[in-house]
Design a binder for this molecule. Structure first.
Ligand code: PRX
Length: 636
């Protein structure tokens, strides 16, 4: 098995040029490195107006044959997953490709026995244990569409997703260990499913021995079901043959308005792009041990813990815990213990570990590291330098990978050791990716040393195909702002050498510790609290989280204990969305800066939250300009 490799800067340039001039040849060549049941009759058909995008038309495949079956001959005994438990004194687990194949097949039988079929939606709410990867792959094996829900989301968020996806099946665990805490997953699922009476089956894995209520006729234990399969003598599970464009999964993500959207990814195009980008960005070599610290509940975990690395036949490290428990050296301990070669993490994790100094690093041998990566938010130069010097010892290229849930894979990044890194810059597009910058009217901004809104003008194989159940929403969100272009929602600079630097969202989406949160979602949650009349939420720079959440809240005229009310509001947001969406600052105000038409001038609120007092811009169009001084004076 070989992969399409861009191994030096010249090849990068040639590949890039070919990808623009002959995209179909370029992608056909790359797709030729995968296992297909039937090849495509056309590489690409597309228009961004609808949008209607088809990659590898009429090709047939199953992604799990690429992740598992085709490795059995050459690397059946190589570890596919190394699992490090939350508690370092507990036994770890190593699962070879052969074992993973067997377990996925068995669990595919479990799903089938429980009524799950092709195209059924299955929501998965679990901690970072191998069974999460097994559940995902088993869904893919039988052609069901998985939708993983991050383990930190609330019951209400789960209910929203299960309902939107029309998922009749849920896979969860009794609980999850995270640092010193046990998160009672099944109990949260039970609360959620009160709103989802259509759910037919909940399969529960036992991880924490947390007491749970198992509902007669609906809930079954993972282990009991496996035993049934075992007793029936089932072993292999022939993979369901999927069309290239059949949905592989749905992943919900926040936008600037309304509830989270279910981003839909395809089978063929997603597989090709996740693997191509994994191999080339990280310059993965056979035998490398690769550790991505993300959670599988987010897109990074989907593409770069599960699908990309497994398709490439890599050894992927899966870590259940948190970087700071029991000590702030967990990442470094894992790197040393498993001789990790490639480490992929988030700027927020780097910044929080920086605060612990170099002591935790000095205890460990990090010399196995060859490549470092970051993802999820802009990395500030100080954190970049710290990562480079202290973790990479000045020897490891850092790939700053820019992408999104909707893009399915990394679109802009240097290729480790192949194209140069530059602190705080994602640098260059991968071959196959055509970024452009536009002004607010959609005019292209050409040349270097310029700034604008980042769009992509040509499809790549893992672009989202739709938002589940609402194609129009997909069109409006991503393809209507600038007709003919995919709009990312990000602002971006292009430096004098043509390197891209992402500056952050230009819409009402926050990026808190690398997690996407819509301001409207947080406002809706705050407004649910009795006593709140209205609220406005903006982001502000936060040393560790990148962005913090700043809420301006108008209370009704009753006497409120402000301290308690702040806690109540936080509690409300936690219950409705999850603890990640809790405001860091809540300022009580008597009014909000609104235009005569009633629109909140967030620009002013953002500036005040950032600590700016002078240049607040034109306030003359406000209904009541005096409110600005009041808010400024009351700034926390
Ligand atoms: O604003 C960009 C930021 O994260 C957003 C995408 O968030 P999400 O869909 O949750 O996916 C995160 C993991 C891919 C983008 O619109 N972002 C992501 N990577 C970077 C980044 N900002 C700057 N530099 C990056 N490397």
């Amino acid at each position: 098995m070989s992969f399409y490799r861009i191994s030096n800067a010249d090849k990068y340039r040639t590949a890039y040029q070919q990808s623009v001039e002959h995209p179909e040849t370029f992608w056909s060549d790359i797709a030729g490195h995968f296992t297909w049941r039937k090849r495509w009759d056309k590489v690409l058909e597309w228009n961004f107006e609808q949008p209607d995008i088809k990659w590898f038309r009429n090709a047939r495949l199953n992604i799990t044959e690429n992740c598992l079956d085709r490795h059995l001959a050459d690397r059946g005994d190589q570890p596919a997953i190394i699992w490090e438990p939350n508690d370092p004194t507990q036994a770890n687990r190593t699962i070879t490709y052969r074992e993973l194949h067997a377990q996925v097949c068995k669990f595919a039988h479990v799903l089938k026995n429980n009524g799950v079929g092709r195209a059924d939606r299955v929501c998965i709410y679990m901690g970072m244990i191998p069974e999460l990867a097994i559940a995902i792959l088993a869904c893919a094996r039988i052609g069901a569409i998985h939708s993983v829900i991050f383990g930190g989301f609330s019951a209400r968020s789960i209910a929203d997703r299960v309902q939107d996806a029309g998922a009749e099946y849920v896979i969860t665990a009794d609980g999850a260990f995270r640092g010193g805490k046990v998160i009672e997953l099944k109990s949260v699922v039970d609360d959620a499913l009160e709103q989802c009476p259509f759910v037919k089956r909940v399969i529960v894995y036992s991880r924490t021995d947390t007491p749970v209520s198992m509902i007669q006729g609906r809930d079954v234990w993972w282990d009991d079901e496996l035993e049934n399969v075992h007793n029936a003598g089932y072993a292999d599970f022939p993979a369901e043959e999927m069309d290239s464009e059949d949905p592989l999964f749905i992943l919900y993500t926040s936008g600037s308005t309304g509830k989270p959207k279910g981003v839909v990814h395809s089978s063929g195009g997603y597989m090709v792009y996740a693997t191509y980008s994994f191999v080339n960005v990280f310059q993965y070599n056979p035998g490398d041990v690769y550790f991505c610290t993300a959670d599988i509940g987010w897109i990074t975990g989907h593409s770069y813990i599960v699908y990309g690395p497994l398709c490439a036949g890599a050894t992927t490290v899966l870590f259940e815990g948190v970087p700071t428990w029991p000590e702030a050296d967990r990442f470094w301990e894992i790197v040393d213990k498993y001789k990790v070669n490639i480490l992929y993490t988030a700027p927020t994790a780097i910044r929080s570990l920086m605060a612990h100094g170099t002591g935790p690093i000095e205890k460990h041998d990090l010399s196995s590291l060859k490549v470092l990566g970051t993802v999820g938010e802009p990395i500030n130069e100080e954190a970049w330098q710290w990562y480079y010097e202290n973790i990479g010892k000045g020897q490891c290229p850092i790939v700053d990978t820019w992408w999104q849930t909707e893009t399915g894979g990394i679109l802009i990044s240097n290729l480790a050791g192949v194209t140069p890194h530059k602190p705080a810059h994602a640098t260059l597009p991968l071959p196959g990716v055509q970024p452009i910058l536009v002004d607010d009217k959609g005019n292209e901004i050409t040349g270097n040393g310029v700034a604008g809104n980042l769009c992509i003008k040509f499809p790549w194989p893992s672009i989202l195909r739709t938002t589940y159940g609402d194609h129009e929403r997909c069109r409006q969100n991503y393809f209507a702002t600038y007709p003919g272009l995919y709009f990312t929602g990000d602002g971006c600079l292009r430096d004098l050498e043509g390197n891209y630097r992402i500056t952050g969202r230009v819409d009402d989406v926050l990026n808190v510790s690398g997690h996407r949160i819509g301001t409207a979602e947080v406002e809706n949650a705050i407004n649910m609290h009795s006593g709140v009349i209205e609220s406005a939420v903006v982001g502000y720079p936060h040393d560790i989280k990148g962005q913090g959440i700043y809420a301006y809240v108008i209370l009704d005229s009753h006497h409120h204990d402000e301290k308690l009310t702040r806690l109540d509001i936080n509690q409300t947001v936690s219950r409705l969305i999850g603890p990640i969406a809790k405001p860091d600052q809540i300022q009580f105000v008597t009014g909000l800066p609104k235009t005569r038409s009633g629109k909140i001038m967030r620009r002013i609120l953002r500036k005040i939250a950032e600590g700016e007092t002078e240049n607040l811009g034109d306030t003359s169009t406000l209904l009541d300009p005096t409110i600005v001084d009041e808010i400024k004076n009351g700034k926390l």
